[in-house]
Design a protein around this ligand. Structure first.
Ligand code: CA
Length: 400
C-alpha cells in the first residue's frame, strides 16, 4: 500500500507518524472541554466540531471525553467514519475542517479503562524472566506453549503518556525477614495494549475470529514493575502490588484498520494449540517497537516475535464465560527478542541487575529517580509509516 496524500502537508512526510493512512483516535483539550480527535500530520482534527457541523454522524459520541461511546457504536460505524475521514482529509478534501495544532493540545486518557488484563506472550521474555526467578529448568511453565497466561490487573492505575509515576513503597525480602522500603528494582515493560471495542455476554465463549472483530485498536503500554516487591509477593497467586503502581498508555489509539496492511505471522509454534485457540490467519503485525531511557534508545525489537495474538488472548479470556466490555485493555506482555538489545525490560537486559547498561555515560541496572522511559513503535510502509506517538513517564522519588 502507498501513502494516501492529504491536503494537510505535514501528513505527507515519509517520517510523519500520522499520515492519512493512520488516523489514530485520541482525546484532547485546548483549555476547554476534552473531546475526541484524530491525528493528521502535526494537527488534530476536532471530531466533536466536525459532528457539530454535520460533517460526521457518530451519535454525538465525539463530544465525550473518552472513546468508549464511539467504540460502542460497532465496527460498521468505525469503518464508515474512517472512510468519511479519509475523504475529508484527502488532497481534494474539505480545506475548511476544524484543525487544532497538536503542539498546543493537552492529551487525555483516550478511553475509560473498564478492565485491565495483562498477558505474558513473548517466549523470549517468559524464558529469560523464568530463568532469573526460578532457574533454567523451571523457566517456562508447562502450560505456557498451550495457552496465553495472564493476570487481572488494575484499571484504576492506568494513566496517559506524560503522567509522572511515583516510585512505590512496599514489602520486600530483607536479610532477616520482610522490610518496608522504597522499591530498589523499578523496571519498565514494553508492551502493546489491545483495546476492546465491543461487549460480550456473560457465558458467551468467543472464537478467535470473532475476538479479532471485537478489537478496536492498539496503544503503546508500559507496565511499570517493582521487581523486588514482585519477587517477594508473586507466588502462588501472581503479581499484585508490584504491578499496581501505574501503567502508562499512549494517547493515540491506532486502529486495527490502519495496521491491516502489516499483518504477519508471529513466533513459530512449539506444539499444536487446542482448537479454540487456532487462527485461520496470522494475528500479528510487522511493527518495529522499542524503548528509550532519558532519550537514548535501549531496546528495539518487533511485535512479530510474539507467540499469542491479542485475538487469541481475548478468545481465551472468555472461555470461562467471562464477559468483555467496551474499554477492556489487554496488555500483550513484555515484547522481547532473543538478544539483550532486543529486550523490553531492564530485568532481562541487565540479567537481573548483574550486568549494568550505560545510559548517556552513566551506569544503570534499574530505573532511578528522575529517569524518563519512553516507548516507540511504527509499521513501515512504502514511503510512509504508521506511528503510535509517545508513551512516556518520568519517575518521581518515593514518599516514605
Ligand atoms: Ca507485563
Amino acid at each position: 500500500m502507498a501513502l494516501i496524500r492529504s491536503w494537510v502537508e505535514s501528513a505527507n512526510r515519509p517520517d510523519c507518524p500520522f499520515p492519512l493512512n493512520n488516523l489514530p483516535y485520541g482525546v484532547f483539550s485546548t483549555g476547554d472541554a476534552p473531546r475526541c480527535g484524530v491525528a493528521i500530520g502535526d494537527m488534530i482534527l476536532d471530531l466533536a466540531e466536525c459532528e457539530a457541523r454535520g460533517l460526521l454522524d457518530a451519535g454525538g459520541s465525539f463530544a465525550q471525553p473518552r472513546l468508549n461511546d464511539f467504540m460502542a457504536l460497532g465496527r460498521a460505524k468505525w469503518d464508515g467514519i474512517r472512510a468519511r475521514l479519509t475523504a475529508l482529509l484527502a488532497e481534494d478534501g474539505d480545506r475548511t475542517l476544524p484543525l487544532v495544532a497538536m503542539a498546543g493540545a493537552d492529551m487525555r486518557l483516550p478511553i475509560r479503562v473498564t478492565e485491565f488484563t495483562d498477558f505474558y506472550a513473548s517466549k523470549n521474555h517468559a524464558f529469560n524472566v523464568g530463568v532469573l526467578f526460578r532457574g533454567p529448568e523451571n523457566a517456562l511453565p508447562p502450560q505456557w506453549t498451550h495457552m496465553p497466561i495472564g493476570y487481572n490487573g488494575r484499571a484504576s492505575s492506568v494513566v496517559v503518556s506524560g503522567t509522572a509515576i511515583r516510585r512505590p513503597m512496599g514489602q520486600v525480602k530483607g536479610e532477616s525477614g520482610p522490610e518496608w522500603a522504597a522499591c530498589r528494582r523499578l523496571d519498565l515493560e514494553l508492551e502493546l495494549g489491545a483495546i476492546v471495542g465491543a461487549d460480550s455476554a456473560m457465558g458467551a465463549r468467543i472464537g478467535v475470529e470473532d475476538a479479532e472483530g471485537m478489537i478496536f485498536g492498539y496503544v503503546l503500554l508500559n507496565d511499570w514493575s517493582a521487581r523486588d516487591i514482585q519477587a517477594w509477593e508473586y507466588q502462588p497467586l501472581g503479581p499484585f502490588q508490584s504491578k499496581a503502581l501505574g501503567t502508562t498508555i499512549g494517547a493515540w489509539v491506532v486502529t486495527q484498520a490502519a495496521l491491516e496492511p502489516f499483518r504477519c505471522e508471529g513466533a513459530e509454534r512449539v506444539n499444536p494449540l487446542l482448537p479454540y485457540l487456532r487462527e485461520d490467519r496470522p494475528g500479528f503485525y510487522d511493527l518495529e517497537i522499542g524503548w528509550t531511557m532519558n532519550g537514548q534508545v535501549m531496546g528495539r525489537t518487533n511485535y512479530n516475535v510474539m507467540y499469542y495474538s491479542s485475538a487469541q488472548q481475548l478468545a481465551h479470556h472468555t472461555q470461562s464465560g467471562c464477559p468483555m466490555r467496551v474499554g477492556d485493555l489487554l496488555g500483550s506482555g513484555t515484547i522481547s527478542g532473543p538478544s539483550p538489545d532486543q529486550t523490553g525490560a531492564l530485568l532481562e537486559m541487565t540479567q537481573g541487575g548483574k550486568v549494568p547498561v550505560t545510559v548517556n555515560g552513566q551506569p544503570r541496572t534499574f530505573i532511578e529517580d528522575g529517569d524518563e522511559i519512553g516507548l516507540f513503535a511504527h509499521a513501515q510502509g512504502a514511503g510512509y509509516r504508521i506511528g503510535f506517538g509517545p508513551c512516556a513517564g518520568r519517575i518521581l522519588p518515593a514518599v516514605e
